[in-house]
Design a protein around this ligand. Structure first.
Ligand SMILES: Cc1ncc(COP(=O)(O)O)c(C=O)c1O
Length: 421
């Protein structure tokens, strides 16, 4: 792979014009961390400015007359553009963590008498901690599949055979990620969901690393419950509202733990007792951040305009290019690839392991203007965010990693220099 091939890929890229629609203050930066926080769209700057001046500033409280249902309307946009979800099943609200707690607790309540929750050791920390808390609070057993052990699983993948060995009619809930946050492995959503349904349990999918990088088909795949954020490939900004998906077929049987006033059927009657609304609003807790929702609106409208199929294709091409450059330049320098080799088994990022991963990740930012991130114990994640990253940027970033590591100049930095990795 030569640089000219990356330039040619950019010239043929149907998404190439989107990069100009993001704020890029230093064109020399190779930003390969859009899987952690996406770039800021220019349209978001205008939309938020307009909202402040023309709506909050001018209308003040009268604005709630047309803001009140925005969590649902924005949820429908997320569902349509990125999740394969028909209207009325997605809400844009709260954080991924709060939504995990809400939906997991609702699922457990819907399977009374069953005492087991299943998750995996490589699941994102917040998912594991919340499930630990729920298991403790309700006297349940949390079973953790050890997919960090290479003799049990490769690249953290959970095959139906592996999951089946843990299933029984005591299982209430299985909670997994669509794309593993560390290894980047993509699980087979449909096969695993179908399998869990055979045992009468519910599945909660964390799609934080999948949304905006691959085509999700939550309705088609019969998914029960899913959550995710909007700030990674969704480009909606740090701390922007997350989303939750509840399949229409099970909405009536589920009640979330926090029954707030936005879920009340006749909200402004302010009645004495809670009565759940029968639409997706029945899963909303409280007042949404309208500023946050407007950030989602501009960025997910861009995803809709680009088309999630094209986005997924660019992730596949971009990550294949990374794998090729890894084999040519980085493998000889002591890196190993911990992401599956097939693009259908990953999303927008690949992960390379190296004994000095933490120092290399810090030095990349500090010395060579290349942004990736480090995940314990020894991984560097590198992403292509299809609307904001060019193929040339990926190529140049990899060349900088090669030169930095070959020269050993990363050895000048100390591990642990930053609280955030
Ligand atoms: C897979 C996954 N799940 C959950 C979270 C937690 O998200 P939040 O802090 O928005 O709750 C993250 C954050 O990066 C994540 O990557």
């Amino acid at each position: 792979m030569e640089r000219s091939q990356a330039v040619a890929l950019d010239q043929q890229d149907p998404l190439r014009e989107f990069k100009k629609r993001f704020v890029i203050t230093d064109p020399d930066t190779c930003y390969l961390d859009g899987n952690s926080l996406g770039r800021l769209p220019h349209e978001t700057v205008k939309a938020i400015n307009d909202f402040l001046h023309d709506e909050w500033g001018r209308e003040v409280v009268v604005g709630w007359g047309h803001w009140i249902d925005e969590a649902q309307n924005t949820g429908n946009l997320i569902g349509r553009s990125a999740l394969g979800a028909a209207p009325g099943q997605v809400l844009a609200c709260d954080t991924t963590s709060v939504n995990i707690y809400q939906l997991a607790s609702a699922a457990l309540k819907a399977r009374p008498g069953r005492k087991t929750i299943i998750t995996d050791a490589a699941n994102f920390p917040t998912d594991r901690y919340i499930l630990q808390g729920l298991a403790k609070a309700h006297g349940l057993k949390l079973v953790t599949i050890d997919n960090e052990d290479p003799s049990i699983s490769s690249n953290e993948l959970i095959t139906p055979e592996l999951l089946e060995s843990y299933l029984s009619d005591d299982v209430a809930l299985v909670s997994l990620q669509v794309i593993q946050y560390r290894s980047g492995a993509r699980q087979d959503v449909k096969a695993l969901t179908d399998l869990v349904h055979r045992f009468g349990a519910l599945v909660l999918w964390d799609a934080a690393h999948a949304i905006g990088s691959i085509k999700l088909d939550l309705d088609r795949d019969g998914v029960d419950l899913a959550v995710g954020c909007t700030y990674k490939y969704g480009n909606s900004g740090p701390g922007a509202p997350a989303w939750l998906y509840v399949n229409k077929t099970i909405q009536n049987e589920l009640q979330v733990a926090i029954q707030g006033w936005f879920a009340q059927r006749d909200q402004f009657a302010m009645g004495p007792t809670f009565e759940k609304d029968q639409s997706i609003r029945g899963f909303q807790i409280a007042s949404p951040s309208i500023i946050g929702l407007r950030c989602i609106n501009t960025s997910f409208s861009m995803i809709e305009e680009a088309g999630i199929e094209e986005i997924e294709k660019k992730c596949a091409t971009g990550t294949s290019m990374m794998v090729e450059l890894f084999e040519k330049w980085l493998q000889p320098l002591g890196f190993t690839l911990i992401t599956p080799a097939s693009p259908t088994q990953r999303g927008g990022h690949i992960t390379l392991a190296h004994p000095d991963a933490e120092r290399i990740s810090i030095a990349l930012r500090k010395y060579v203007n290349t942004v990736a991130d480090y995940r314990t114990p020894n991984s560097i994640r590198l992403a292509i965010s299809p609307l904001a990253t060019s193929y040339t940027e990926v190529f140049d970033g990899f060349a900088r990693i090669r030169d930095l590591v070959a020269s050993k100049s990363y050895e000048k930095v100390a591990a642990g220099e930053s609280r955030v990795t």
